[in-house]
Design a protein around this ligand. Structure first.
Ligand SMILES: CC(C)(COP(=O)(O)OP(=O)(O)OC[C@H]1O[C@@H](n2cnc3c(N)ncnc32)[C@H](O)[C@@H]1OP(=O)(O)O)[C@@H](O)C(=O)NCCC(=O)NCCS
Length: 166
């Protein structure tokens, strides 16, 4: 298995990928590459030894929280000036079921956060946000343990990237 995340390309295959959430498996097969080619998002993958079959992926896209979004005040850093908070949305993250429960998910999440902060180093941005799938308390606990914070009144969670992006 290659733990180094690679940008998704036509050489990669999701044929044997199965994470336990059919919507995430199906989206990866049918939309990940097309959305990337259209500039909607970028997907990064871990593969098996041969470098073709995907065993994990995450998808990133830009996001902006605006002053009229209900949670703007809750996540705005204290001295921040302005009415828009740029950041990166972690749109999808999934690990093949055969690899779950071994602590690899946290490595995958770290790769996603590092890739996002590398992007923000180049273009600006202050946080990574995620909308965890609803009704899955264990999953929210997992994001919380990784450092993501709750935003009262929403399902969204966020992680402010301090220092590295500026
Ligand atoms: C999220 C993920 C990468 C974490 O991988 P991991 O480090 O191996 O950790 P685990 O699979 O043990 O999951 C961590 C916790 O989240 C829970 N969890 C993970 N995915 C879940 C899901 N889709 N539905 C409900 N709970 C889920 C696990 O049950 C576990 O909770 P527990 O400790 O209370 O049992 C992996 O579980 C995964 O790919 N899940 C399926 C896809 C998914 O749900 N992605 C998140 C989209 S927001």
């Amino acid at each position: 298995m290659t733990h180094e995340p690679q940008r998704l390309s036509e050489e990669h295959s999701f044929d044997f990928f199965e994470c336990g959430e059919e919507t995430l498996d199906a989206w990866a097969r049918t939309h990940a590459l097309i959305d990337q080619q259209q500039g909607k998002s970028a997907t990064h993958v871990w593969t098996d030894e041969g470098g073709v079959y995907v065993v994990a992926y995450f998808t990133l896209l830009p996001t902006v929280t605006r002053a009229d979004d209900g949670w703007f005040a809750a996540i705005k850093p204290r001295r921040y000036q302005g009415r828009e908070l740029p950041g990166v949305l972690l749109g999808k993250i999934a690990l093949d079921s055969s690899l779950r429960g071994q602590g690899l998910g946290i490595d995958l999440l770290a790769d996603a956060i590092l890739t996002a902060s590398d992007a923000m180093l180049l273009i600006g941005g202050i946080h990574v946000v995620i909308d965890p799938m609803p009704g899955r308390p264990g999953l929210r606990d997992w994001y919380r343990a990784a450092g993501f914070q709750e935003i009262d009144g929403t399902d969204r969670m966020y992680l402010t990237i301090r220092g590295r992006t500026r």
